[in-house]
Ligand binder design. Structure first.
Ligand SMILES: [Zn+2]
Ligand SMILES: [Zn+2]
Length: 347
């Protein structure tokens, strides 16, 4: 039976990509639990198995839960983080997709309607039709903040024309109006002599511009410096020059940007300077710019480990107590404890 889990994938020994289950079912039966590899050569725990299609489960858990489970040991902190982040950031399902929203609007519009009106209506609709999750609703009603961050964010725009401006100040001392704390590129190039040896990255990460001078942030403040535009690091792409310039400007202290390009009284290209930097093995702090090595690495297919797609046509299941009440009218509902797992009528 084809399922939502089916993906097309290259399989050894086959020319054409084959339709396979992305959760690697059916699986080989095995008499003992052990360690094996999944179809992507990732290590996995393989439990004892006497059925090629059964999900992995824990007997005590499934008896208590009495519903489908899929159990896997957590093999790395990254796996746990990715799993949590994936579900925490998952979009709500009920809201219609934007194309559907838009086609609904366009269908209701008069023939004389313009694209502009359609877009305006779409925006209005998006405001009205956002779906709130249960957690979000509870947080809003109880006045609990939706987000708490141990990190603050600082945004820096390094324009190709040489302009530098800070887009947004995100500081915990909210007493001052951010508009009054405009930081311009000048604020870096005119930094005090004490900060001479600090790069743009260091200054924006560790200092805060207060009125006319940079003040050191509390050491406990962790700031992520976000740099825009997000240039492509592809060495063959047409943004590469600008990318190299951003890299160099970000990590090498300067008063005049162009001075960084002068090596032995010769003006070199930004790409050359960036190549020099790497060849010299400078130890620059990690930044948030795109990274060609990372982007070039073979990406793992976006895969969901455990995607529950509810079937809207499934008949509503009766609750256990309803089934019990039909079978034994007027009898008291039995109560089961942990020790009874496996011995209850429903087991
Ligand atoms: Zn499958
Ligand atoms: Zn360098």
């Amino acid at each position: 039976m084809p399922g939502y889990c089916q993906v097309k994938r290259k399989v050894p020994g086959q020319q054409q990509p084959q339709l396979v289950c992305r959760f690697d079912f059916p699986m080989e039966c095995r008499a003992d639990a052990g360690i094996g590899h999944d179809s992507k050569r990732r290590v996995r725990f393989e439990a004892q198995r006497n059925d090629p299609l059964l999900n992995m489960y824990n007997p005590a858990m499934i008896l208590g839960w009495t519903a489908n489970i899929d159990i896997k040991p957590v093999l790395s902190t990254d796996a746990a983080r990715n799993y949590i982040a994936k579900y925490a950031s998952k979009a709500e399902q009920q809201a219609p997709a934007f194309p559907q929203l838009l086609s609904g609007i366009v269908n209701q519009m008069e023939e004389t309607g313009s694209a502009k009106t359609a877009c305006q209506k779409l925006l209005n609709k998006m405001l009205g039709e956002r779906t709130y999750s249960a957690q979000e609703t509870a947080h809003l009603l109880l006045g609990i903040p939706l987000v708490r961050a141990s990190t603050s964010f600082q945004t820096l725009h390094l324009g190709a024309e040489g302009g530098m401006r800070e887009l947004q100040v995100n500081e915990d001392d909210g007493s001052e109006d951010p508009d009054e704390r405009q930081v311009t590129g000048d604020s870096y190039t005119k930094r005090g002599p004490g900060l001479e040896a600090l790069s743009l990255h260091d200054v924006f990460k560790n200092y805060t511009w207060v009125k006319t001078e940079w003040r050191k942030k509390r050491t406990s403040t962790n700031t992520v410096l976000r740099v825009f535009p997000r240039l492509s690091p592809d060495p063959t792409g047409d943004q590469y020059k600008a990318y190299c310039r951003t890299k160099v400007l970000l990590h090498h202290p300067f008063r005049l940007p162009e001075s960084l390009r002068v090596v032995d009284e010769q003006v070199q290209t930004w790409a050359q300077i960036w190549a020099n930097c790497r060849a010299a093995g400078h130890d620059h702090p990690k930044d948030t710019l795109r990274c060609w090595e990372n982007e070039n690495r073979t990406r793992q297919e976006e895969e969901d480990d455990d995607e529950n797609v509810p079937n809207p046509n499934a008949p509503a299941n009766e609750e256990d107590w309803q089934v019990f009440a039909q079978a034994f009218p007027n009898a008291a509902l039995p109560q089961f404890g942990i020790d009874d797992l496996g011995m209850r009528p429903l087991d």
